[in-house]
Write a protein that binds this ligand. Structure first.
Ligand code: FAD
Length: 630
């Protein structure tokens, strides 16, 4: 019954979140025929869950803001390990991308004089996040979809067919990227989740926009879609993954009841005045301001409280330190026995803002806690703790074009690496999606134009091999995918989680060896029509590959930086600042190598005080920065 459904496009975009949709819109506007594929329903991508906002230095709330300040904050947040060109493009282009969204129909919350309102967030020097209440991602997806529909209507007028140039394939999972003999992308292979029927796309360009890897960990804010498919597809296609040791544990996930453990509590709660307390009622974050941030954060509660009304003359509250710092602090309070009844700490906004203000600013949070935990956040504190939230690591790309090392393969959004260095600032993902989604669409369009008439073709042998791999889980089984998945999640949480130790990471690698072996014997029952066990069996191989990259890099990096904390190497080491750890697939196994982080251009270095740079750079780098002595 193996009649393959076949399609031909100029560009196939895998993922219909912010990055995928923005890429698809751009490629279509450049005149290409584009397919957008997503494994969930259209509109249900992860982007829809984004709450707090999108970071862009429009300067509406404080006119001192500029792309230079945003760039600086982004590098500080990433502890100077960011790809500096990506951080530069991102800071420069984010405002244009936000205004452009308004031309697509977005309606952001406004200031009193009618400009786009901007809120405070951790690590951002000025209020910078454009928002729609705490449902910003929904507005982003809504307007990008609206733009897709308007382009389709235009195409209908010209060709008689809505889908002639831009078609969405929803609930279709891609399992393989295909290449021709020369090593260039020739297409993609996947299956309809509902029918299990296989689909082959021929296309010279593929853009990965598949999001993150959170479902590899037990406690996560991520949804079922985040199984690292794009990361693994890239690896198998011959591209490299960088920075995989850097995982963002968001400081505030729900901890109770168990069924909702990990669900996100937006940082806006703290941005809008919420404070963290331990079981003694103490605002403990004042004890955790690291030296590199000392000058920017308040020393006393009084100063911190004054900052909300007078940010120019006071320093910001330490609750608004970058996420890695806050997550580690909470972890430590709990470990030292000062946690809340269910193993978190208290996040309180009820004593900080009037009830009606809380409901106006944080409607989803109010609803979420009432419905899921029977907690009224206008009257009592929430219990919160760290949750696996975002992967800084991802596919290595060219900053300007989003191209990977594989001709025809592009990556943008959370699946791409480099932009955020060792730690992402809140709000910098939504802007990243738009800036680099657009650039990926442009990059792919340029590449396709450059091919002229000669396009790579998919070989029958490749199609047959993809099909055989996808069918492999239908076999007599020694293990089931659910058992393996939950074991993997637990081990990653326990052994390669927020605080890491050499012995434990080694143990994790041994566990992964064993799980890899057992995965070969994983089998599922039933047929191909909507069979979640089968889907998970296929996702599992992706997660296992990704987890190995995370563990290998976590073992190798003997320092603590951003989203990678080694208890046995607690300090940040300038020698490691310049090192990216790069994973590639050689034969069957993942290998790891060191590669220099791209140098920060002189004019960008000069945006920082020398004394600040001295906290991050090596002596030799500082001497280079200073130039020849006068
Ligand atoms: P996604 O939006 O996740 O889209 C991935 C797409 O890929 C989906 O359509 C999925 O179906 C598809 N896909 C995956 N694998 C396959 C496959 N094998 N085949 C076919 N399709 C596939 N960031 C901010 O900047 N500000 C915020 O306020 C904010 N709040 C957040 C709140 C929550 C609860 C969470 C979880 C994250 C938040 N983030 C926020 C982070 C941000 O939302 C994500 O990083 C971002 O949305 C990722 O977008 P993306 O386009 O890369 O991927």
């Amino acid at each position: 019954d193996e009649s393959l459904e076949r399609h031909e496009y100029d560009v196939v975009v895998i993922g219909a979140g912010g990055a995928g949709l923005r890429a698809a819109i751009e490629a279509r506007e450049q005149g290409l025929r584009v397919a957008v594929i997503c494994k969930s329903l259209f509109g249900k991508a992860h982007t829809v869950m984004a709450e707090g906002g999108i970071a862009a230095s429009m300067g509406n709330a404080n006119e001192k803001d500029s792309w230079q300040v945003h760039f600086r904050d982004t590098l500080r947040g990433g502890k100077f390990l960011n790809n500096p060109r990506m951080a530069e493009l991102h800071a420069k282009e984010a405002p244009q991308r936000v205004w452009e969204l308004e031309t697509y129909g977005a309606l952001f919350d406004r200031t009193a004089d009618g400009r786009i309102s901007q809120r405070n967030f951790g690590g951002h020097e000025y209020p910078r996040l454009a928002h729609v209440g705490d449902r910003t991602g929904l507005e982003l997806i809504r307007t990008l979809q609206q733009k897709v529909v308007s382009l389709q209507q235009q195409d209908r007028r010209e060709t008689g067919d809505y889908e002639s140039r831009l078609r969405v394939f929803a609930e279709l999972t891609v399992t393989e990227i295909l290449k021709d003999a020369s090593g260039a992308v020739s297409g993609a292979f996947g299956y309809w989740r509902e029918s299990g029927r296989f689909v082959l796309f021929s296309a010279p360009a593929v853009i990965l926009a598949t999001g993150g890897i959170g479902k590899s960990f037990k406690v996560t804010s991520n949804s079922w879609e985040y199984t690292g498919d794009g990361h693994a597809l890239a690896l198998r296609a011959g591209a490299a993954l960088i920075n995989m040791e850097f995982i963002q544990f968001h400081p505030t996930g729900m901890v109770w009841p168990p069924s909702v453990k990990g669900i996100l509590v937006t940082e806006s709660v703290r941005g809008d005045g919420g404070v963290l307390r331990n079981s003694d009622g103490k605002r403990f974050m004042f004890d955790y301001v690291p030296d590199v941030f000392r000058g920017q954060y308040a020393d006393s509660e009084e100063e911190a409280d004054r900052w909300y009304d007078d940010p120019d003359n006071n320093k910001r509250p330490p609750e608004l330190l970058p996420r890695d710092e806050v997550a580690r602090a909470i972890n430590n309070e709990v470990k030292e026995g000062r946690g809340s009844p269910h193993g978190g700490v208290f996040l309180d906004v009820s004593t900080r803002l009037p009830a009606e203000e809380i409901i106006r600013r944080l409607p989803s949070m109010h609803h979420q806690f009432k419905e899921l935990a029977d907690v009224d956040i206008t009257a009592e504190p929430m219990e919160v703790g760290p949750t696996c939230h975002y992967v800084m690591g991802g596919v290595e790309v060219d900053a300007d074009t989003a191209a990977t090392a594989v001709p025809g393969l592009y990556a943008a959004g959370e699946v791409a690496g480099g932009m955020h260095g060792s730690n992402r600032l809140g709000g910098n993902s939504l802007s990243d999606l738009l800036v680099f989604g657009r650039r990926a669409g442009l990059g792919a369009a340029e590449y396709v134009a450059g091919l002229g008439g000669s396009r790579p073709s998919v070989s029958d042998a490749d199609a047959r091999a993809s099909l055989a791999t996808a069918l492999a889980p239908f076999r007599a089984a020694s293990d089931n995918p659910y058992a393996l998945h939950s074991e993997m999640q637990q081990k990653m949480n326990d052994l390669v989680g927020i605080i890491r130790r050499e012995g434990e990471v080694r143990e994790a690698l041994e566990v992964l060896d064993e799980l890899d072996e057992r995965a070969k014997g994983v089998g599922v029952q039933g047929g191909r029509a909507f069979n979640p066990g089968w889907h998970l069996a296929l996702d599992l191989r992706n997660m296992l590959a990704v987890c190995r990259c995370v563990a290998l890099a976590a073992l190798e990096r003997t320092e603590s930086r951003g989203g990678h904390t080694r208890e046995d190497f607690p300090g940040m080491d300038p020698k490691w600042r310049g090192v990216n750890l790069v994973c590639t697939l050689e034969g069957d196994g993942v290998t790891l190598r060191h590669q220099p982080v791209p140098e920060i251009r002189q004019d960008l270095l000069e945006l920082f005080e020398r004394s600040e740079l001295a906290k991050y750079l090596t002596e030799a780098e500082l001497v280079r920065r200073d130039g020849p002595a006068a």
